[in-house]
Design a protein around this ligand. Structure first.
Ligand code: 5AD
Ligand code: SF4
Length: 437
């Protein structure tokens, strides 16, 4: 049978879709890139905010139209929405035939078999052990150069606004051996960069091996592979991690450190486990150890009881840190979370939008400054492909995760490391010239 898979949400979902594809292929299913050829349509979903779910429901409506023409097609919802809504999804979305949560993908071939013979199926049991560590993901939407490698699953930080602990279960770490095997396989296939991913990589723990130890092992084992990681948690990021980052040149000088808010009152209501002062101290420490580091963040405006003063504190923290990049959101209540149960979603929508726009405008200024400071500097760039605009230009990223575009040069191929001198920039990218070596 031919299947088509579409992925929404975070990097973990991309990695999961690659696991799902590997599992199905092992059982004889064939991946197709064209939805019109598919006999099974799978959608891997995200529940983090209401609008993420709305987007998926829109897609399901489109699949429903396809099903009207080809009635034998089966439609499956995977991932976080499957876990959150379970049977409700079958009731609400008549087109859906199977609903499978993030820890049940190994059962997918059998579930599809059953569904094909007539019955609808919901499988959403969360596991304390499943890490899919014995499965080599099939990288189907890849540039062949950079890949995600999942190192932990689940989250148990219980930030009061967040649905993730409820839909992805408890934290589990993969063995270093299975992580190294996966990276070795990527290296043998000419990959040049891996990003180690987890909801909170700092809580990686396998037997007595911590995240900084894992990173050191990986950096030593693969000196010619670039290593990135995401996401760190300000309450858990350790000094030893900073030492490892500073020691190994193949570990990228970029930290994604979600702050969410600059107000201690909000951080406490959010159950983040750190204060503004502790966060700023950590930033200082990171910069002291890794002077050329880039720092990015997540910011959430309009959480319960956030007032103008709290909002101002977020703006002032952003300026103080001078983020290179940020993902910015307005709070969206998720039922089942602590906040939904015990706090009031009492910031009016109009006010949330105003605050979000202010945060975005400030970050635009900060990103501009960050790029301005790069003009005149030379960076090592891993070439990933052509620039979006033209095949006369190549694009890649530097260690700091900034996109750099430069004119095509003879003998340079995708996957090469080259030196590029930055000459100017646009709102999204640095523009430079390759230095002949
Ligand atoms: N509403 C809005 N944003 C959220 N995030 C997590 N939960 C919510 C929510 N309920 C944001 C946080 C997190 C990022 C992945 O998504 O900023 O860091
Ligand atoms: Fe959600 Fe907090 Fe876990 Fe991140 S650390 S996934 S924000 S609960």
């Amino acid at each position: 049978m031919k299947f088509y898979i579409e992925t929404y949400g975070c990097q973990m979902n991309v990695a999961d879709s690659e696991v799902v594809t590997a599992i199905l292929q092992k059982h004889g299913y064939i991946l197709v890139n064209n939805i019109d050829e598919a006999e099974i349509i799978l959608v891997n979903t995200c529940s983090i905010r209401e609008n993420a779910e709305t987007r998926v429901r829109g897609r399901i409506k489109v699949f429903q139209q396809i099903k009207k023409q080809k009635q034998q097609i089966k439609i499956g919802v995977l991932g976080c929405m499957a876990e959150r809504l379970k049977d409700q999804l079958l009731e609400q979305e008549v087109a859906v035939d199977l609903v499978v949560g993030p820890d049940s993908y190994k059962k997918l071939p059998y579930i599809i078999d059953n569904v094909v013979s007539g019955s609808k199926k919901v499988e959403t049991e969360l596991s304390k052990e499943e890490t899919y560590e014995d499965i080599l993901p099939y990288r189907y939407e890849t540039n062949g150069i950079s890949a995600f490698v999942s190192i932990t699953r689940g989250c148990q930080n219980y930030c009061s606004y967040c649905i993730v602990p409820y839909v992805r279960g408890v934290e589990r770490s993969r063995s270093p051996e299975s992580i190294i095997n996966e990276i070795r396989e990527l290296k043998n296939n000419q990959y040049k960069e891996v990003t180690l991913i987890g909801q909170n990589v700092d809580s990686y723990l396998y037997k007595d091996i911590s995240f900084s130890q894992l990173l050191k092992i990986v950096a030593q084992e693969f000196p010619n592979i670039r290593i990135r990681f995401s996401t760190n948690h300000p309450k858990d990021m350790s000094n030893s991690l900073l030492e490892v980052m500073a020691t190994y040149p193949n570990i990228c000088k970029h930290v994604h450190l979600p702050v969410q808010s600059g107000s201690n009152k909000m951080l406490q209501l959010m159950n983040r486990g750190y204060t503004r002062e502790q966060y700023l101290k950590l930033i200082e420490n990171i910069r002291k150890n890794i002077p050329d580091v880039a720092i990015s963040t997540d910011i959430m405006v309009g959480f319960c009881d956030e007032n103008e003063d709290d909002h101002r504190q977020t703006l002032s923290l952003m300026k103080e840190v001078g983020y290179d990049f940020a993902f910015m959101f307005k709070y969206s209540e998720r039922s089942g979370t602590y906040a939904a149960k015990y706090l009031k979603d009492n910031v009016p929508e109009k006010e949330k939008i105003r605050r979000l726009n202010e945060v975005i405008a400030l970050q635009n200024e900060l990103s501009y400054k960050s790029k301005q400071q790069d003009v005149g500097k030379t960076f090592e760039v891993l070439v990933e492909g052509y620039s979006k605009k033209s095949k006369k230009q190549l694009m890649g990223r530097n260690s700091q995760n900034k996109v750099i575009v430069f004119d095509v040069m003879d003998n340079v191929i995708f996957g090469d490391f080259v030196k590029v001198n930055v000459e100017s920039f646009t709102s999204a990218t640095l523009i430079g010239k390759m230095i002949k070596s």
